[in-house]
Design a protein around this ligand. Structure first.
Ligand code: AMP
Length: 380
């Protein structure tokens, strides 16, 4: 199947060629025709499956036929859980929409930065990508109106419908017109989708792209059995002795992320922490330096475990285990992408061992464990 046969316009085909997308991915083959036909879609697919372009392309195409947004009435609303994902999605809209005959104005809005410039730039926005809290602030000050929304997208839908966002999501949904197209995408989704069907979806096309059987085989998963006190030295030992050059380390709290990054720097390893307490400027800079290979280690909380696309990231290390097997999947899914293999290492303390067994059971396969007791960590 080709992108041409999916009915995309020459301008979009040109943008795809510029991005070196030669063939549609499976989720794109199924979602694009349905979205062009204005159907609701529930897409369950891993990050890395191409789910962003699967909704961006048909939305851009449909937008060519919609009366342009006026007076701060936006056409398309994409809701995402984090600022980083908002920026990433808006880049995809920009890259794929750049050659369209009718210019599409895309804007990403999120908290943590001043609201005034966002208010001032809102006029004529067609596609708004937003985190819920900031979107509500903007609607409350009449900087944006949602009553003409043609299509609503929830990216990382399970997170957006999670208890943490529930109240904000209810308030946002109440501001949307009843008749609209709904597109929900997520790598993981709770079994019970009836609630989602009732509130959000109208006779949807459900697309489930099973990760290829060997998807997780692309990721070499490894566990080190290690006491809590030896985790820091072991982390530095792994990075230095294997000469790892681009490593994403996950910690369970803001405090821990900061301490781990500090210790790495003190030991001569270029590292920065990224978490919710950092300024937006610092977050953006850290992520872009890390993506470009300028920063050797990024120490993150689960803030960036979802949806963030880092090409060819070879190593993910869980300094501490995530709370749920679902988060484990999101975290290790940062590596082993785009057909390039990756390694996911977990540092497992005695207290975490039971939890690690549960994760392994959910993953459906045992993970090789190394006892770090015999490793000499002196000097690390
Ligand atoms: P996503 O799942 O949307 O985060 O996309 C994962 C990665 O796949 C991104 O880096 C995209 O640029 C890339 N991608 C998406 N669709 C295609 C395609 N049809 N051909 C090649 N690369 C693609």
């Amino acid at each position: 199947m080709t992108f041409e046969s999916l009915g995309l316009s020459p301008a979009l085909l040109k943008a795809l060629a510029d991005q070196n997308y030669t063939q549609p991915y499976p989720i794109q083959m199924e979602a694009i025709p349905a979205i062009l036909n204005k159907k609701d879609v529930l897409g369950i697919a891993q990050t890395g499956s191409g789910k962003t372009a699967a909704y961006v392309l048909p939305i851009l195409m449909n937008l060519q036929d919609i009366a342009p947004s006026q007076n701060r009435y936006v056409n398309i609303l994409v809701l995402v859980p984090t600022r980083e994902l908002a920026m990433q999605v808006s880049e995809v809209f920009y890259k794929l929409g750049k050659d369209l005959p009718r210019r599409i104005k895309t804007m990403a809005v999120y908290g943590g930065v001043s609201i005034n410039p966002q208010m001032m730039r809102m006029n004529g926005v067609n596609v708004l990508i937003a985190t819920p809290g900031r979107l509500l602030e903007l609607t409350e000050s009449n900087a944006v109106h949602l009553s003409d929304i043609d299509t609503l997208v929830l990216d990382e839908a399970d997170k957006m419908l999670n208890i943490g966002f529930k109240e904000e999501m209810n308030r946002i949904i109440a501001l949307l017109p009843k008749r609209r197209q709904n597109l929900l995408f997520s790598a993981t989704l709770n079994e019970d989708i009836t609630a989602i069907n009732q509130i959000l979806l109208h006779n949807p096309l459900v697309i489930k792209i099973e990760p290829e059987e060997d998807y997780f085989d692309l990721i070499d998963q490894l566990g080190y059995f290690v006491s809590e006190e030896r985790k820091g030295p072991l982390l530095r030992y792994i990075i230095k002795s294997q000469d790892l050059q681009q490593v994403l380390v996950f910690a369970s709290s803001v405090y821990k992320a900061d301490t781990v990054a500090d210790k790495l720097r003190k030991n001569g390893i270029k590292a920065t922490a990224i978490h919710s307490k950092k300024s937006q400027g610092a977050r953006t800079e850290a992520l872009s330096k890390f993506k470009s290979g300028d920063l050797r280690v990024l120490v993150a909380t689960d803030l960036i475990s979802r949806g963030i696309d880092i090409k060819f990231l070879p190593h993910v290390i869980n300094y501490e285990l995530p709370r749920s097997p679902k988060d484990y999947i999101h975290r290790i899914g940062r590596t082993g992408r785009a057909e390039s293999p990756g390694q996911a290492i977990s540092l497992v303390s005695p207290e975490e061992l039971h939890h690690f067994r549960i994760i392994q059971k959910k993953m459906g396969k045992p993970i090789t464990m190394i006892d770090s007791e015999g490793i000499n960590l002196k000097g690390f």
